[in-house]
Design a protein around this ligand. Structure first.
Ligand SMILES: Nc1ncnc2c1ncn2[C@@H]1O[C@H](COP(=O)(O)OP(=O)(O)O)[C@@H](O)[C@H]1O
Ligand SMILES: [Mg+2]
Length: 298
């Protein structure tokens, strides 16, 4: 299996770490006067069989500062999950945990588990670089390589040692990123010569070319103008037919427009509510979520 993200093939079930039993009912939060139900998160449990990624008790500290508090949630397959919440509440931290991008941040200390199709992605035999081809990422600021459009898209496939029809794969990825028609006659020109919106779609093409299962996006449209934003939003809806998309956005209207599920993080890195986007925006269960969504804070 050349595509595997395991360094050595091992049985995914041979768990060296104990399997924490997901039990959403228990919480050791002490209820203080005046703060009742709102301390208990409302997390819709996505059945194991339908969740492609699942974090359990995922906690992150940067030095002494806690950025995530015991986040337990399953992310459903081939849907768009939006992550919203005020600045600094841990959205990017959470996203980076899902494909081990936090490995690059020395101060980040992670506990708990993240499973991708049942496999602990922090297990010793996982190759993070290979994992990131399965769980790709797109950042806020478009960051094409200083290479041709073609080479940007072919990059991951080349590293992977892909020996098939490269031209066809590049075209397919550019088509899936809704960019092909705009660039098909200039594949040799630099990715950096494209407009900001085109650059972001190029980065999406680069992320999907190695045929990932999950695409993580951290505020992918926040540096774009409204027309380019609309194109990226349309594209995200199309992508979810083939991929699981997890998108951080600070734009609540955007989350409401494009996502199927929404996860609301609040200050302190707590996941406070997770469920169907319609329900969260129309009738959130948690008072603090309602206050956030209606603009009372954040
Ligand atoms: N590389 C880092 N080093 C130290 N602290 C960090 C780092 N990245 C984020 N933090 C801190 O962790 C908290 C969560 O940050 P982040 O995940 O970026 O939030 P968000 O994406 O919701 O704005 C913040 O208090 C932030 O200052
Ligand atoms: Mg962020």
């Amino acid at each position: 299996m050349s595509d595997s993200y395991h360094i050595q093939e091992t049985d995914a079930d041979s768990s060296s770490s104990p399997d924490p039993t997901p039990d959403d009912s228990s919480t050791d939060d002490t209820v203080r006067p005046g703060e009742t139900d709102d301390l208990v998160p409302t997390i819709e449990d996505v059945p194991e069989s339908q969740s492609v990624i699942r974090s359990e008790d995922l906690t992150v500290h940067y030095g002494d500062e806690q950025a995530l508090q015991s986040v337990t949630v399953g992310i459903p397959e081939r849907e768009v999950t939006a992550i919203i919440g005020p600045s600094g509440c841990g959205k990017s931290t959470y996203l980076r945990c899902l494909n081990r991008m936090n490995d690059m941040i020395d101060a980040a200390k992670i506990s708990g588990t993240v499973r991708f199709r049942g496999t602990d992605i922090y297990a010793e035999d996982i190759d993070p670089v290979a994992l990131r081809r399965k769980i790709g990422m797109v950042f806020q600021k478009p960051n094409p390589f200083p290479k041709s459009i073609y080479d940007n898209v072919a990059y991951g496939l080349k590293i992977q040692g892909f020996e098939g029809d490269m031209d066809a794969r590049v075209e397919e990825a550019l088509r899936n990123a809704a960019l092909w028609d705009e660039v098909k006659d200039q594949l040799d020109s630099s990715g950096l010569d494209l407009s900001g919106g085109q650059q972001q779609r190029l980065c999406i093409a680069r992320a999907i070319a190695p045929d990932p299962e999950v695409v993580l996006m951290d505020e992918p449209a926040s540096a774009l103008d409204p027309v380019a934003t609309a194109k990226v939003e349309d594209l995200i809806a199309d992508l979810s037919e083939q991929y699981t998309v997890i998108i951080v956005t600070h734009n609540m209207q955007q989350a409401a427009r494009i996502s199927d599920k929404t996860a609301v993080f609040l200050t302190g890195g707590q996941l406070v509510e997770f469920g169907n986007t319609d329900q969260i925006f129309e009738n959130p269960e948690n008072q603090r979520v309602e206050d956030y969504i209606t603009g009372k804070f954040g």
